[in-house]
Design a protein around this ligand. Structure first.
Ligand SMILES: [Zn+2]
Length: 153
């Protein structure tokens, strides 16, 4: 595939938006005769015209506004990350509370069952129902806390 030796020069003129007024008559005559440079002029001038038109119509914000938006976005991401960590720690604290409640319940029931033989079944039944209700509420709250921790992100 043979390329024209003036291809780069024609391309740079077209890219700069200087075609056809910014070049001499010899270049225009060459582009009319050379198929490679003719293609460059036909296609490249359309692309360059679109590029320069979009440069004129594009609205680039001021650098201070861009900096302020970046700072605000970084601050919001830091807040989001910190709140996610706090939520995870709260879920862990709730799970630890559930574990402590289970431990207390186990220790209490063991004290009742292995205690003196005069502990009646009625006393055990009287204390076991509130403990079971407290344990059930903790066990129901732990998945809710985990759900809230996971659904925040
Ligand atoms: Zn050429």
């Amino acid at each position: 595939m043979t390329n024209c030796p003036q291809e780069q020069e024609t391309l740079s003129i077209v890219q700069a938006g200087r075609w056809p007024d910014g070049c001499d008559d010899a270049m225009r005559a060459h582009a009319a005769a050379c198929p490679t440079c003719g293609d460059i002029v036909r296609v490249g001038s359309l692309i360059a015209a679109d590029y320069h038109a979009s440069l004129r119509t594009s609205h680039v914000p001021a650098s201070g506004v861009v900096w302020w938006r970046m700072q605000r976005r970084a601050r919001q991401e830091a807040i989001r990350t910190a709140s996610r960590v706090i939520t995870v720690v709260q879920a862990i604290a709730v799970a630890a509370g559930v574990a402590v409640a289970i431990g207390i319940l186990a220790a209490t029931s063991r004290a009742f069952s292995f205690g003196a033989g005069d502990v009646s079944k009625a006393v055990l039944a009287q204390w076991s129902i509130p403990l079971i209700i407290a344990l059930a509420s903790w066990l129901m709250l732990a998945p809710v806390a985990v759900y809230l921790a996971v659904s925040k992100d």
